[in-house]
Design a protein around this ligand. Structure first.
Ligand code: ADP
Ligand code: MG
Length: 691
């Protein structure tokens, strides 16, 4: 249970004056439901109200604080017009405009003949000074109520800056003193303030000196909480009963002999790590990270054979039905010489094939199965599942991993991802797992020739691909949107397909997009696979895992609208054969400098990890992959593009803390527990062996 010292912070925000049932949902959506969430709602900037000119010398469109005398009130003739108050200093006059505000209220605030200090955006309209809805309007004796510098918070419709500042102020007034969880020598070395003043400082922009250190300290708090939680989860996994899945090497040996290639060093090394994990009695939770085309699937297949050798079953889970079918066909080709056949289990199909697979899994006769997430639904019973492999794990977060191992059968888990996340970020996305990395590519791959081409040259591009098709190539053409939208000028896949069909003939050109029925999509993909369709126009659905070696040209329309990592993934769909491959990035000019350097980066390297590093440097982690699909934790204070050193520190620190005090029962350990709760890592705290 949450320690009582945190109760004031984990009270619902409705406990604050001014936040009732109407506003609470707005706050909840904006930052969260508890008072603590307001503390992490950090200002994105400041307003300086120190500009206090005489009107005659004032600059327009600036935030200004002015002392004026109220001259007269001009109520609006029509409702759509503002209520106007005329004021003046000794150099010029100004109109103060209020829309939809009652006159008697305004008469109180702006008494005629008296002085008022107003602060807000000073504008010019029809050659007159004006200010609409000043942020502040107070009599001169209360000028202290106008802060010189004011924090600017992210807001939403219905919550004004003033409301937010008030709410945060109230939250800050409830700030408890918390015991220090950081090592005193670290605090000293970094000159960090303690928690309470640090929180106050980041909401108080006038304390600028302290700001930076306070923010670092709190960022470190957040990262340490993250790393501690992951370390605890990881230890929990490792402590779960596992089984020795050692195998006798017989099937692996046969596979090795029948492969048309030899494994790369990276594959051999990764396989060794996986194999040792499986053979050990603990439970494996390992990530196999490797760029598109680096050969993860074969590594997984060897591991799966190890399970089969040990008399157990094994399953491969992939994100889509198309991929399940593709993997099923590919793996069965590898398995044929071994006399093993993999089953297929996908979504809805309630047919005989499915029933045979289900029966086979239940009675143990089916050793290996490939499928979608349907594989791990409750009604599917395995006789003796030893190893589960999860491919392309974008949508497979810490919570789901915990759930999968809680299936309770001592199942080893291998997760494969082609998302090239920089090494430091791996700590937070996959900090609960052991990691194997495939850094090399299978030999014999030709580099992909990447070109940036202005969209205006599309006719040349089309002429070029006609030649390519005549020479036997197949082509992907990627468009960002499915339907033409009048507002946004995006190339529409449908329109593009029609245009190309008109030029080159209907038969050669296929179209797949997200809104298509699954079987129709499958049919088109299968036709492309078989080489019947020469050019596949697609939205990004082909991004994940498609493998058509004969496809040697990748065209991406409006490349400037894609993320770097996404473009890299798309490009990885070609370059899978001995033939030379090309990737054409069609962009709409003018390109911003940033967009230009990003696209150039792709032209210069095919190293996904390098691209990911650069993308992170240029844009920050939220954008690298689209946080939605990246599986990356979103941080509220820490900024992974600038705080990566801190992340590494936190990772090491978390390890040390748990090594010394494995259940966090010492005084510092208890403080660390408070830290975990503070950042809502309740699930991790529950995994401690003692309360
Ligand atoms: P990933 O899943 O990492 O994207 P795949 O496992 O699909 O990559 O491998 C891409 C292609 O490379 C496949 O056709 C596979 O058979 C082939 N491949 C895998 N390992 C090697 C290797 N060591 N040498 C040559 N080709 C390989
Ligand atoms: Mg793959």
């Amino acid at each position: 249970m949450r320690p009582s010292i945190l109760f004031p912070l984990f009270t619902e925000i409705t406990a604050l004056r001014g936040i009732g049932p109407r506003l609470a949902p707005l706050y909840k959506r904006l930052c969260g439901q508890y008072i603590v969430d307001l503390l992490w709602h950090i200002p994105v900037g400041t307003i300086d109200r120190g500009y206090s000119p005489k009107l005659k010398h004032a600059e327009r469109d600036r935030i200004a604080t002015l002392k004026i005398n109220v001259i007269e009130h001009i109520p609006p003739g029509r409702r759509s017009l503002p209520y106007r108050i005329v004021g003046a200093d000794d150099t010029d006059q100004i109109y103060i405009n209020h829309f939809n505000v009652k006159g008697d209220y305004l008469e109180k605030i702006y008494p005629v003949g008296r002085a008022v200090v107003i602060s807000g955006l000073l504008e010019r309209y029809r050659n007159e000074w004006c200010m609409s809805h000043p942020d502040y309007a107070v009599p001169p004796e209360r000028i202290a109520e106008i802060p010189r510098i004011e924090p600017v918070y992210p807001l939403t419709q219905g919550i004004s800056g003033k409301m937010m500042r008030k709410a945060v102020g109230l939250a800050l007034s409830r700030l408890p003193e918390l015991p220090e969880w950081h090592d005193p020598s670290l605090m000293e070395r970094e000159s960090w303030p303690s928690w309470n003043p640090a929180v106050k400082a980041i909401h108080n922009p006038e304390m600028t000196n302290n700001d930076f250190l306070s923010k670092k300290r709190l960022a470190y708090d957040e990262l340490l909480a993250d790393q501690l939680a992951l370390a605890v989860i990881r230890r929990y996994h490792q402590g779960l009963d596992g089984r020795k899945i050692a195998g006798d090497g017989s099937l692996q040996k046969k596979l090795k002999q029948s492969l048309p290639f030899t494994l790369t060093d990276g594959q051999i090394q990764s396989l060794k790590e996986i194999s040792e994990d499986m053979a050990a009695p603990k439970r494996m939770l390992r990530l196999l990270q490797g760029d598109v085309g680096s050969g993860k699937t074969i590594v997984a297949l060897f591991a799966m054979l190890q399970a089969i050798e040990s008399g157990m079953q094994t399953a491969l889970m992939v994100p889509t039905e198309i991929l399940a079918k593709q993997h099923h066909a590919r793996l069965n080709a590898f398995l044929e010489p071994l006399g093993i056949e993999a089953g297929l289990l996908i979504g809805k199909s309630k047919n005989k094939e499915r029933q045979i697979a289900l029966d086979g899994l239940a009675d143990g006769s089916l050793k290996i199965v490939i499928g979608t997430h349907a594989l791990f639904q409750d009604d599917i019973k395995f006789k003796n599942l030893g190893l589960a492999v999860v491919d392309e794990q974008h949508r497979f977060g810490v919570q789901q991993r915990l759930k999968l191992s809680d299936k309770g059968r001592g199942v080893d888990i291998l997760v494969m991802t082609a998302t090239p996340i920089p090494r430091t970020l791996t700590l937070t996305a996959y900090g609960d797992m052991d990691v194997s990395r495939l850094m090399d590519k299978p030999t014999g791959r030709k580099p992909i020739d990447t070109k940036l081409i202005d969209l205006s040259r599309i006719e040349e591009v089309i002429a070029g691909i006609e030649r390519q098709i005549e020479n036997g190539s197949q082509i992907y053409w990627i468009c960002p949107l499915v339907e033409e939208s009048e507002k946004i000028d995006l190339a529409a896949a449908t329109a593009r397909a029609e245009m190309l069909q008109k030029k080159m003939g209907k038969k050669k050109i296929g179209l797949v997009h997200g809104k298509m029925a699954a079987d129709e999509k499958d049919k088109t993909m299968a036709a492309f696979n078989a080489g019947e369709i020469k050019l596949l126009v697609a939205t990004t659905v082909v991004e994940v895992g498609m493998d058509v070696p004969n496809a040697t040209v990748m065209i991406v329309e409006h490349a400037e609208r894609f993320g770097l990592a996404q473009l890299h993934q798309l490009r990885g769909r070609v370059g899978r054969s001995e033939a030379k491959s090309t990737c054409l990035l069609l962009y709409l000019s003018p390109l911003s400098e940033m967009a230009k350097s990003r696209l150039k980066m792709l032209r210069e390297t095919e190293d996904g990890f390098l691209i990911a590093e650069e993308d992170l440097r240029l844009r920050g982690p939220g954008e690298i992959l689209g946080t939605r699909q990246s599986g990356l934790q979103e941080f509220r204070i820490a900024d992974l593009s600038s705080d990566r050193e801190l992340l590494k520190m936190a990772h090491d620190d978390a390890g040390l803390i748990l090594a010394r005090d494995s259940d966090l029962t010492s005084p510092r350990g208890k403080a660390c527990r408070i830290l975990l709760y503070l950042f809502a890592k309740d699930a991790a705290v529950k995994l401690f062996r003692s309360g």
